[in-house]
Design a protein around this ligand. Structure first.
Ligand code: HEM
Length: 447
């Protein structure tokens, strides 16, 4: 099938001397092709126009997209801003640290970071909290015999992130419903009428924020309790310029969002790769039998190199955040190119993650590239988590929960004498924007 591009728009145009990719539709621009076929769109644009071109993101406007590895340095540049994220999704990211720069960003980030580093996660007992939840879920999969994988991993991740926040199990169904409505804000047309996604999404956000405020109040009343929200509240209250509760609540909501879709997608891809590559499954089972139990502390993860390599290679081949957006605050240079002040930029992590300039045999899924390496992990090896001041705050948490998941899956299925098997095609129905995930309909059998 050809790409979802407008056949009536074939004209070659330039903006600031940089070519615009032909094929944009009115109103939605190149979004249909970005969402359904981003890798092919980037390859075709590179082949026909070179490594710099404009893509039309519909309501978000034109973004200058660069496939030059030098573009990665823009993520660390002091004159490049993240404010564009708030312009694109004000309802979700307004007031959150991911859309801020400079001191405001650093202050909010510093207050949260410690809780998400290996020491903070270990002290809060997050690994012990997660292990039984993951084990129970994969046991259910074994008993059922087959599952729709992305729906299952999405549910599991929601459960984990809610338990991280200390949301009582009996309240989960209500949170679940509101969270799904909140997500509609990502795609809601700007029409605020009863029953439409914007109105429902805003109501869900207000519901969630009101409850998060209660958690914050409770955390202050019981300051001696441990847990992520308690740690964040005390860090916020200790910071030099005490930050407002609005900032705190918006950033707790950001953690809910940041920690869900990305990890659920990666977990689903891990199962798909294990199902379609029997050798991978055998290596993982061997490791799981050797360690004998689901690891609970970061210090234990070194015992699970195969699971760690699976986590890193799955993310390299299927990065959950395929592109980052930024705005140039001043005129910048990118190689020979001049980027005018105010230019909105797209930095496609997906392209670099699978680029022959950065990885040997980039199209091959190879655990060996991680298992046989002798040097430590470099920033370019974890590009899927971004780089620079906004590098992902949940990296250590994602690493812990995904390795826990791999070991739990291998132990549970091996004990029952079954292995994962792919029951449907993988290529159709993939999505690449705003986050990437495999098709919602892929089924995995355990037999
Ligand atoms: C496989 C899992 C994950 C992937 C691939 C991922 C990817 C990313 C990327 C690419 C960024 C950079 C955004 C930018 O520069 O604009 C980011 C930022 C962020 N992530 Fe993650 N993430 C993952 C898991 C998590 C988890 C589990 C959490 C927390 C519970 C989390 C919380 C955040 C936060 C708060 C930021 C904003 C940091 C800042 O702006 O300073 N992420 N993530």
């Amino acid at each position: 099938m050809d790409m979802l591009l407008n056949p009536l728009n074939r004209r070659h145009r330039l903006r600031h001397d940089i070519p615009v990719v032909p094929g944009a539709f009115p109103l939605v621009g190149h979004l249909p092709a970005v969402i359904c076929d981003l890798p092919r769109l980037l390859r075709r644009a590179e082949r026909t126009l070179g490594s710099h071109f404009w893509l039309d993101f519909g309501p978000a406007g034109h973004l200058m997209t660069s496939l030059d590895p030098d573009a990665l340095a823009l993520l660390r540049h002091k004159d490049v801003s993240s404010a564009l994220i708030e312009d694109i999704a004000p309802e979700l990211f307004g007031g959150t640290l991911v859309a801020q720069d400079g001191i405001a960003h650093r202050q909010a980030r510093d207050a949260i970071q410690a809780a998400l580093l290996p020491k903070g996660l270990t002290q809060a007992g997050i690994g012990e909290l997660f292990a039984p939840v993951i084990r129970a879920r994969v046991q259910r999969w074994r008993d059922r015999g087959d599952v729709t994988i992305l729906r299952e991993t999405g549910d599991l991740m929601l459960k984990l992130i809610f338990s991280l926040m200390g949301i009582p199990a009996q309240d989960l169904p209500g949170w679940h419903r509101k969270y799904r409505q909140l997500l509609q804000l990502i795609v809601a047309p700007p029409v605020d009428l009863p029953g439409l996604p914007l109105r429902r999404g805003r109501a869900a956000r207000d519901w969630i924020d009101a409850r998060l405020r209660e958690f914050v109040r409770a955390a202050r009343e019981h300051a001696s309790r441990t847990g992520l929200i308690n740690d964040m509240v005390s860090a916020f209250d200790r910071s030099d310029d005490a930050l407002s509760d609005d900032v705190l609540v918006a950033n707790i909501r950001l953690l809910l969002l940041g920690g869900h879709d990305t990890t659920a997608s990666t977990m689903a891809w891990m199962v798909i790769e294990l199902a379609r590559q029997p050798g991978l499954w055998d290596a993982l089972v061997e490791e799981a039998r050797r360690v004998g139990a689901v690891p609970t502390r970061h210090a234990d993860l070194a015992q699970c190199p195969v699971a760690e390599a699976l986590f890193r290679e799955t993310l390299r081949v299927h990065p959950a955040t395929p592109l980052l957006v930024r705005r140039a605050l001043r005129e910048l240079r990118l190689g020979q190119r001049r980027i005018p002040t105010g230019t909105d930029l797209c930095i496609p992590l997906l392209h670099f993650s699978t680029s022959a300039l950065l990885h040997e045999a980039p199209d091959q899924f190879r655990l060996a590239r991680w298992l046989q390496r002798t040097e430590p992990i470099r920033p370019v090896d974890m590009l899927q988590f971004g780089t620079g001041p906004h590098v992902c705050m949940g990296y250590h948490l994602a690493w812990l929960e995904l390795v826990q998941f791999c070991i739990a899956l291998a132990l549970t299925m091996h004990e029952a004498g079954v292995r994962p098997r792919l029951l449907s095609g993988v290529e159709k129905g993939r999505h690449y924007y705003p986050t990437a995930h495999p098709s919602m309909t892929i089924r995995i059998g355990f037999s």
